[in-house]
Ligand binder design. Structure first.
Ligand SMILES: [Zn+2]
Length: 466
């Protein structure tokens, strides 16, 4: 025991040195070059992202490093390796003998292993080229050739390789003349052919890129107070490809009805102005895109809208003719992160957002606000949604529980607000939402309201109802 005490400080210094040494060993920087690969027929869906990934290793001495496309265990049999195509890799810069480095791609696992056989310190650059195939999911979306989005909030397969030791420096997007690049990261270089953005401090989930084909969009800049909303409306209702002549058939319906744009803009202002005026001290500047996810023969829009904290908003037309657009803008303001399965995530990130949206849009007219909330509750029962499951047990906001998340719970929040004397509750909620909510749990909401004077008892009662 005594011997150990003597050795201990020496050991501590040795460990500290080892730690510092290994830290500098693991400098791995990555950058991307992305371009879209087009089909011969330019009017068809954009099928691929072409990725060129340059990874620099400095003083690298670990024996094995595994880079993975696979973010979660959801890399299932059905998609294993199917999204990555024509993968090639090579070491492009090397300080001495490159034969000591072995690189292997495992398409079944979606991994690239870098094996350093003699484990001596090495400087080298690895370039990896591949195509990421178009998928109708949250990573890469495109509709005909109107737009394409490249997001990093991936469900199961990244379009980029990850490892905890790997940091991303920048992303360079090769630009085609037809496309306008929208990206909310810091632009560090711009040429006629490309845009380069700094992503060194951006979490994966905040890297959102959208490529817009201006042939199909009409942009209207709307200034409300200090905020600027760049609303991009589709010029056409039903673009389609004439499969025989391979010609794009533009439906000029909207061009022939100029007041259609006016009606969209007027409705947008009606719903967004009251919300924007509540947040006059915080920037709400946003690029908003109307997108059409439905197939051409579907009669109705899907009613989908997406908004990312650092990104842009894309939603279908229905959102512009109601408070849906204000709901999406509020998402951007609140920037909630967290796991959708965490208890309270849907409560905070959807039900509260929806309730506050209605308060913001209709709150100046109490009767109208009351009728909007009451109608939500009515719709919940009319459409036959079940109230037997707690919102805290719901792990997805898809159809069977849609009504609970967007109709019933916002109504319950409204009823709770009435008990507290309306304005007091909404003011606290307003303060809660403008914090930088990184994690998102019921307990955060609960503690915040306790601090502002609500009782444990009344908050627990609210939780019981929802
Ligand atoms: Zn939402």
């Amino acid at each position: 025991m005594k011997k150990w005490l003597i050795i201990s400080p020496v050991l501590a210094i040795f460990i500290a040195l080892l730690f510092l040494y290994s830290k500098s060993d693991e400098t791995i920087n990555s950058s991307f070059n992305i371009s879209m690969r087009y089909d011969n027929n330019e009017f068809r869906i954009i099928p691929y992202l072409k990725i060129n990934n340059v990874i620099k290793f400095n003083n690298y001495s670990k024996d094995t490093l595994i880079l993975s496309f696979n973010k979660t265990p959801h890399w299932t049999n059905s998609i294993k390796g199917t999204l990555i195509d024509s993968l090639n890799y090579k070491i492009t810069e090397y300080d001495n003998d490159s034969s000591d480095i072995v690189i292997a791609y495992n398409s079944k696992e979606g991994t690239i292993s870098i094996i350093n056989r003699d484990q001596s310190k090495k400087d080298f650059t690895l370039t990896i080229d591949y195509y990421y195939k178009y998928q109708y999911n949250s990573i890469l979306e495109s509709f005909k050739n109107q737009f394409a989005t490249i997001n990093c909030d991936v469900d199961y397969c990244n379009w980029f390789l990850i490892n905890p030791n790997l940091t991303f420096n920048y992303i360079k997007i090769d630009k085609d003349d037809k496309y306008r690049v929208i990206c909310n990261n810091q632009l560090i270089n711009k040429t006629d052919k490309s845009y380069t953005y700094d992503i060194s401090t951006t979490p994966y989930s905040d890297i959102n890129i959208m490529l817009i084909n201006d042939l199909f969009y009409k942009e209207e800049k709307i200034n409300i107070g200090k905020h600027q909303f760049r609303v991009n409306m589709l010029k056409t209702y039903s673009p389609d490809v004439d499969s025989i002549n391979k010609v794009y058939v533009i439906d000029n319906e909207r061009e022939h009805h100029k007041n259609h744009y006016d009606s969209i803009i007027n409705s947008f202002i009606k719903y967004v102005k009251p919300l924007a005026s509540k947040f006059s001290y915080k920037s709400l500047d946003t690029d908003i895109f109307e997108v059409k996810w439905r197939s051409d023969n579907a009669k109705q829009y899907y009613g989908r809208g997406y908004s990312g904290g650092n990104g842009f908003i894309r939603c279908d037309m229905r959102f512009f003719y109601g408070s849906g657009i204000a709901h999406e803008i509020l998402h951007k303001l609140c920037n909630v992160e967290g796991d959708i399965k965490a208890p309270g995530f849907l409560f905070i990130n959807e039900s509260i957002i929806e309730a506050f949206t209605i308060y913001a849009c209709y709150g100046d007219n109490k009767e109208q606000m009351d009728s909007v909330f009451t109608n939500l509750n009515k719709r919940f029962y009319d459409k036959g949604y079940s109230d037997t499951i707690s919102l805290f047990k719901i792990e997805s906001n898809s159809n069977p529980v849609w009504g609970k998340v967007y109709y019933k719970t916002p109504y319950d929040i409204y009823m709770f607000s009435k008990k507290r004397g309306n304005e007091e509750f909404w003011n606290i909620l307003n303060d809660f939402m403008i914090q930088d909510i990184k994690d998102c749990k019921w307990i955060d909401f609960y503690n915040f309201f306790i601090e502002r004077g609500l009782s444990k008892d009344e908050l627990n009662k609210l939780k019981e109802v929802i």
